[in-house]
Design a protein around this ligand. Structure first.
Ligand code: SF4
Ligand code: SF4
Length: 80
């Protein structure tokens, strides 16, 4: 079976200050600050459109193809 990947924000914990600006920028509310660091709590709702990237002043988020189960109509996917 082919592995599916979703284009998702990956947080560099060491750079994140927990300021919450990316959380405010995320319309579907998939991000949450937990213990002072942002976490992608609802990847299934992520639209992969990168609105959370530019508000971050600490380069603490980057988009990557992340192995994810299944395939949803929300967000960008590929398989290989
Ligand atoms: S890519 Fe969009 S939907 Fe996904 S976490 Fe960032 S702002 Fe939210
Ligand atoms: S905007 Fe950047 S520093 Fe602020 S919570 Fe989000 S990832 Fe962390």
């Amino acid at each position: 079976m082919k592995q599916t990947y979703k284009w998702l924000p990956v947080i560099k914990k060491e750079n994140c200050t927990g300021c919450g600006l990316c959380v405010e920028a995320c319309t579907p509310k998939c991000l949450e600050v937990v213990d002072g660091v942002v976490v992608l709590t609802l990847p299934i709702l992520c639209g992969s459109e990168e609105h959370c990237i530019s508000p971050c002043n600490y380069e603490a988020i980057e988009m990557k193809w992340v192995p994810a189960p299944g395939r949803d109509y929300i967000g960008l996917w590929h398989e290989k």
